[in-house]
Write a protein that binds this ligand. Structure first.
Ligand SMILES: CC(=O)N[C@@H]([C@@H](O)[C@H](O)[C@H](O)CO)[C@@H](O)CC(=O)C(=O)O
Length: 307
């Protein structure tokens, strides 16, 4: 899938549908793609990331999922980015080669987080060895220090990165350190690289400092609303953009207090879309019925602007 345009706007971090007994469920991916496009107006996806439980899947499962998303996304989606990060370099390289071979629009990689890189050079060396296995497609660094524990500043990482990784295209920035993000954008320019923000409840702040778009779990079911926020922001209607951000925040603030993660995202996506996303994989456990009832009532109670 050759990307026709530069990646920008919203990217849904897809959940991995599973059967009730915990096997990956490829059979609903077609319906999932159609739902994102027709109901959420989201035409970019990020597969096998955090929300997709990529690190809890086998290499074989990750390949099967990547293939199905690319197949079903053909002629419907603009970008299918496959997350190929893994704890071992050979695992990550194998996934990178596979993603390129099946026609993914790009690959993304998190920092390995059992044996962690302790410096920019160590991290860059790992990323370079993965990126070079897919030399014809864009490469994105997936920065998510709350989960990886790798806190190397992106500002530092980007310094001279193109010489090391010619396919480097941008960052999925899932951290609240907006000073780091701002420095990245200020030094490199939002035209040079793509900066996709990954903390959905704070997206408007990231847009204000120049983020090109966002990758996140909520764009699966609040994509349409968040697109309205992006539109309001683009039209300099900050008051309206804030309304959308505050309402998304109201929902997330509510569910975060109840305990919110990938399992709960799967449950919310199931009741909003009607597509059965199934349980998460251990060690994650499925959301409780109580959570589902409360989250649904909260989401239903929100009155969105009609403009
Ligand atoms: C830690 C985490 O899961 N963060 C989410 C957010 O979308 C997050 O669910 C949202 O901001 C709610 O807190 C994304 O950054 C993760 C993501 O994009 C991915 O699945 O790779």
């Amino acid at each position: 899938m050759a990307p026709r345009k530069k990646l920008q706007g919203l990217v849904a971090a897809t959940v991995t549908p599973m059967t009730p007994d915990g096997q990956i469920n490829l059979s609903v991916i077609r319906q999932y793609v159609d739902y994102l496009v027709s109901k959420q107006n989201v035409k970019n996806i990020f597969v096998n990331g955090t929300t997709g439980e990529g690190l809890a899947l086998s290499i074989q499962e990750r390949k099967q999922l990547a293939e199905e998303w690319v197949r079903q996304g053909k002629d419907k989606l603009d970008h299918v980015i496959i997350h190929v990060g893994a704890l071992s370099l050979p695992g990550s390289q194998e996934l990178a080669r596979h993603a390129a071979a099946i026609g993914a629009s790009g690959i993304a990689v998190i920092a390995p987080f059992f044996f962690k890189p302790t410096s920019k050079d160590e991290l860059l060396a790992f990323l370079r060895e993965v990126a070079s296995e897919a030399p014809a497609i864009p490469f994105y660094y997936y920065h998510i220090p709350p989960l990886t524990g790798v806190k190397i500043r992106v500002e530092e990482l980007l310094d001279g990165i193109k010489e090391q990784i010619p396919t480097f295209q941008g960052v999925k920035f899932s951290d609240t350190d907006l000073l780091d993000l701002a420095q990245c954008i200020n030094k490199n320019g939002r035209e040079e690289f793509v900066f996709l923000y990954g903390v959905d409840e704070q997206l408007l702040s990231a847009l204000a400092i120049g983020a090109n778009g966002a990758v996140g779990s909520t764009y699966n079911y609040l994509g349409q609303k968040t697109n309205m926020m992006l539109q309001a922001f683009a039209q300099h209607d900050l008051a309206l953009a804030r309304k959308y951000q505050f309402l998304t925040g109201e929902f997330l603030n509510f569910v975060i207090k109840l305990g919110f993660g990938v399992a709960q995202t799967k449950a919310v996506m199931t009741f909003v879309s009607g597509i059965p996303m199934g349980p998460p994989r251990l060690p994650l456990v499925k959301a409780s019925e109580e959570f589902i009832a409360k989250a649904k009532a909260k989401l239903d109670s929100i009155v969105w602007p009609t403009n």
